[in-house]
Write a protein that binds this ligand. Sequence first.
Ligand code: KG4
Ligand code: ZN
Length: 377
Amino acid sequence: MIILGIETSCDETSVGIVEQKDNQLTIKANVTATSLQLHSKTGGIIPEIAAREQVKYMLPVLQQALKKGLNFDLSKYQILNTKYSVPIDAIAVTYGPGLIGSLLVGVETAKTLSYICNKPIIPVNHMLGHIYANWLSPSLSIINSPLSIQFPALALVVSGGHTDLLLLKNHSEYEVLGGTRDDAAGECFDKCARLLGFDYPGGPKIAELAKKGDNKAFHFPRPMLGSHDADFSFSGLKTSFLNMTKQHLPLSRTTIPNSKAGWVQTPVENDLSDKEKVVLYNLCASLEKAIVDTLVKKTMHAAEEHGVKSILISGGVAANDLLREQFEKQTVQMGINFFAPTKDLCTDNGAMIAAAAFFNNKPVNWQDITVDPELYY
Ligand code: KG4
Ligand code: ZN
């Protein structure tokens, strides 16, 4: 069985083609275009701009994925009076949550493809898509075996907008145990990085500088560790980072006048003395450690409480090396299997949407799908 997955919930336009053969899912193509660079200039995503870029990228990305994955040349098929014979079994598409304009581009494309190819559409929740990136790991068996992801499993979704813990009892059978009450973990990384003058996304930059620092140099809070629930909160940690940074670094240097844009951000790192640079690295390392400790401890606590066999992480922050290392260590100690997608599959992509569709295969007719920007789980 082959599923084509379309993902356009935010600033990435992506088409993945995934095949189920024997016990494994294999990615035949996963082509992604991003408008991230445009948004880093404005310090955040402007929905209208993101949607316009989706329109620009959608067809070239689809065309490239079909060519790469199935050697199918869409450009040769220009007459609409014959049905297209694209060798796929279904089209999976993200229908929410996300930006309405961006979501519409993917869903309308899926509807058109469904109509002209006469294939069913499988609507996919974007957040579940992130979790299912774990089933795309090379050498993972998808049927029940020691090499497969065993239920019950605990899924931590950590992205720029979400920090959620889900108990997966089986495919399509899950319970949301908790989420963030304010900022998401990725948002905390991004806002702290912004304070230091770095562009979006700030997580990778903080992680890079953290590698040169001492994570015990500053003490930041580990919010809600004693709360006896699965909720998170990162806004206090962000304020604590602001106060500590103001005390130790000259933050006024992070914006400079610019004749075209009024004021532009400039990384504080650019004009620090060597001694101040060490302070910067230590601040980043201590912040990263506080975020990672909080995520790992709360997840391990929930894992113990629910007696899970596997822990899965997903979303952009799942690419963080320290987070992956800490989970690896702690899960070994507790005898729980730990899974994380390959780093390229932590961010938005079409293959994860196709993967989710294999296990939550509820097809609809093209007339019956609409976008749901506010979709929860
Ligand atoms: O899932 P994602 O690509 O987009 C959504 O927010 O849906 O996640 C992006 C988030 C950003 O907050 C970014 O700073 C964070 O993931 N991120 C990281 C790393 N790579 C991406 N945070 C910490 N360490 C990283 N290596
Ligand atoms: Zn996402």
